[in-house]
Design a protein around this ligand. Structure first.
Ligand code: AP5
Ligand code: MG
Length: 283
């Protein structure tokens, strides 16, 4: 499987220049000592948007990929990990859902097709996903590090990311593969509720909000995702087995895979993850 080629044919470096300059400029506006809050604005909205706050610069930032079936708890762990490690939480699914909810946005034909795939539970075509990631490559190359959640999801996407990172002389710290039996996954998906505004994830029984249907973090409304209907869940699990599970071997062969049994509370899984990460600090 070969890497996805950018549609405009420009070299990757043309898409990613100015990250340091952008960071320096934003620091001036936000203030050097302002508290850092990962608001993911640029990731969710695209190249013309700037985060109101950036993660702290690090000499050895964490660059992690979260793998695992839909509903295994990647988003939940990504939230906990980014709080702990100070990296950016970058979820491709969140970008597509933000585009779907944006009524006054002018959606490109490719994005409209992508959203149809998502509603059905199918994977969005690689070319659309990669174009969307490239538009936001500043988030990936930023010196605060990242936690990639839901990307890469096919061998083509994994090759493209590898190529981009090699060109920029960046290396992944680890690929965390979360594992759980299917019946538990279905239970997690059917009780999930997501915040419309900040995208925080809750569960009606396992991780309930303090006030029903209201986000603990930002007060936003909680909703049930369209692709958490039973018929879409089946399609998503099949797509995972067919296209994403092969990435386990891909990253195992690169010596990056860390296996984690996703049983127990989110905090217990997070503790297990941190223990395993201690054995391989970023360099
Ligand atoms: P995406 O948003 O990435 O969805 P997903 O991979 O299907 O994963 P989920 O977000 O459903 O689950 P999760 O593992 O994050 O679990 P969560 O933490 O929420 O993608 C959606 C769609 O977008 C795709 O189907 C595709 O169409 C498209 N797409 C996105 N990226 C793409 C790409 N790269 N290529 C192609 N297409 C792409 O947890 C689930 C529930 O369990 C929650 O309610 C949570 O509170 C609860 N929970 C979590 N941990 C625990 C625990 N330890 N104990 C009990 N409950 C728990
Ligand atoms: Mg998720």
């Amino acid at each position: 499987m070969s890497a996805v080629v950018p549609k405009d044919g420009l070299p990757f470096s043309s898409h990613v220049t100015g990250v340091t300059a952008r960071r320096a400029l934003l620091r001036r506006f936000v203030g050097m000592n302002a508290p850092i809050k990962n608001d993911r604005i640029a990731w969710l909205q695209g190249p013309s948007a700037n985060c109101t706050a950036l993660p702290a610069e690090r000499k050895h930032p964490w660059r992690l990929i979260l793998l695992g079936a839909p509903g295994v708890g990647k988003g939940t762990q990504a939230e906990l990990l980014t709080e702990r490690l100070g990296a950016c939480h970058l979820s491709t699914g969140d970008v597509f859902r933000a585009a779907a909810k944006c009524s006054d946005c002018d959606q490109s034909p490719a994005m409209r097709v992508a959203l149809e795939y998502m509603r059905r539970g199918d994977l969005v075509p690689d070319s659309t996903v990669w174009e969307m990631v490239l538009e936001r490559s500043g988030c990936i190359l930023d010196c605060g590090g990242f936690v990639l959640d839901g990307f890469p999801r096919t061998l083509g996407q994994a090759e493209s990311l590898k190529e981009l990172m090699e060109k920029e002389k960046l290396s992944l710290s680890a690929v965390l593969n979360y594992e759980l039996p299917v019946n538990e996954i279905v239970r997690r998906l059917s009780g999930r509720r997501t915040c419309e505004q900040c995208k925080s994830v809750f569960h009606v029984t396992e991780r309930p909000p303090k006030i029903a249907s209201v986000c603990d973090r930002c007060g936003g409304r909680l909703y049930q995702r369209e692709d958490d209907r039973p018929e879409s869940i089946t399609v998503r699990l099949n797509a995972y087995e067919r296209s994403t599970a092969p990435l386990i071997q891909f990253y195992e062969d690169l010596g990056l895979l860390v296996r984690i049994v996703a049983k127990g509370s989110p905090d217990e899984i997070m503790a297990q993850t941190m223990n395993k990460l201690k054995e391989r600090p970023p360099h």
